[in-house]
Design a protein around this ligand. Sequence first.
Ligand SMILES: Cc1cc2nc3c(=O)[nH]c(=O)nc-3n(C[C@H](O)[C@H](O)[C@H](O)COP(=O)(O)OP(=O)(O)OC[C@H]3O[C@@H](n4cnc5c(N)ncnc54)[C@H](O)[C@@H]3O)c2cc1C
Length: 390
Amino acid sequence: MTPPRVWDLAVVGAGPAGAAAALGALHARPGLSVLLVDRSDFPRDKSCGDGIAPHVLDLLAEVGVTGLVHDRVPVTRLRLERGRATVARTMRRAAWVVPRSVFDARLVDAACDAGAHLLRHRVRDIAVGRQGVRLDGSITARLVVGADGAHSRVRASTGARRTSTALALRAYAPVVPGREGEQVIAFGSGRAPAYAWSFDRGDGLANVGYGELLSPDRPQPTRSSLVARLEDLLPGSIAGATGWRGHHLPLSPARWAHPDGRVLLAGDAAGLVNPLTGEGIYYAVATGLAAGRTAAEALAHGDGADAGRAYRRAVRSLLAGHLRHTALAGGLARSGRVLEAGMLAASRDQRVFDDLVELGLGRGRITPAVVGGLLHAAGGRLVHAAKERG
Ligand SMILES: Cc1cc2nc3c(=O)[nH]c(=O)nc-3n(C[C@H](O)[C@H](O)[C@H](O)COP(=O)(O)OP(=O)(O)OC[C@H]3O[C@@H](n4cnc5c(N)ncnc54)[C@H](O)[C@@H]3O)c2cc1C
């Protein structure tokens, strides 16, 4: 196609948030000119646990994208551990473990099939004018979606504040006997979220890793300390491991903010990673779609100058309640006792387990079942401790 002089929408970053933004816009208005810009060629690797929640696939099906995981093995078992506390149950719905080199390339293909134009380019400069946005002085668009990840340049250009951040490292290693067919999460004693994981990909390899919350008053953990914590929490994980890669995770706050104007931020660029679990692909796809749809709507009814405000409203109506609950849960989970009480409650009651999975992978809330289960488990522990003291 001959590139237009002014694109309707330019999306910076073609990860799940960016591809979803292009898909959301083009599904709403197939005639829009949409430029999808990424500094990398696809397929490209991305440091990640590769866990894809079923909710992600539900959202993509809404814009006609299906079959993304048809050749992968579903994982139905989830095991949570902390010291001697453990719960292992079947999830209500299967999840998937798909290397991001595969998953993201498939999403980019879907966006291009829908009509997006893919350009390899590293965006360095973002200038917002009255009529549109200029990228590096050479690309002009009426609206821009910033989906350029945790270290987003687009986000920095809006002056939006950074959220608290975690650091995690992953590798691929042969599945350790006893961990086949499972997603295993072993919580550590670092500042939550601090956990090691082993996610069986279904092809003999597991995605293994460890991550923890960064603290401004402590030095950033080194690569070797992260690897040591992984091996400590999940012994045997690192034997034969290759492809080590680390990255930051911007954790979502209780109250999410977004500026007005022509620039919409989605996914990691919007500071949206679940503070309880470190999951971010669901938020990336949900907010990417919302950004694309909002952009299409704003351009249909005006020149797009109001898009930021409309987008903030759309994301808040989707996620505000959930984000308050995950922030609260993330804070509570910093206490090992609460974590262990949660595991005990989930091992006693499938409903509590299912509700916690929804909170960690989708947009669930702290439900009455979870509160009741926690209180019951905590009460039991107090009685037990009192009996032990005599
Ligand atoms: C170790 C680790 C494990 C994780 N595990 C999970 C998990 O199991 N499940 C889960 O749901 N989430 C997980 N997450 C979080 C998840 O990886 C992110 O939330 C998700 O990738 C966000 O998608 P995104 O599209 O916003 O950003 P990204 O996937 O980071 O994509 C951003 C894109 O922008 C491009 N880009 C960046 N800067 C520029 C620029 N200046 N110009 C042009 N292009 C640019 C990049 O090349 C990239 O393709 C994990 C994160 C880490 C670090």
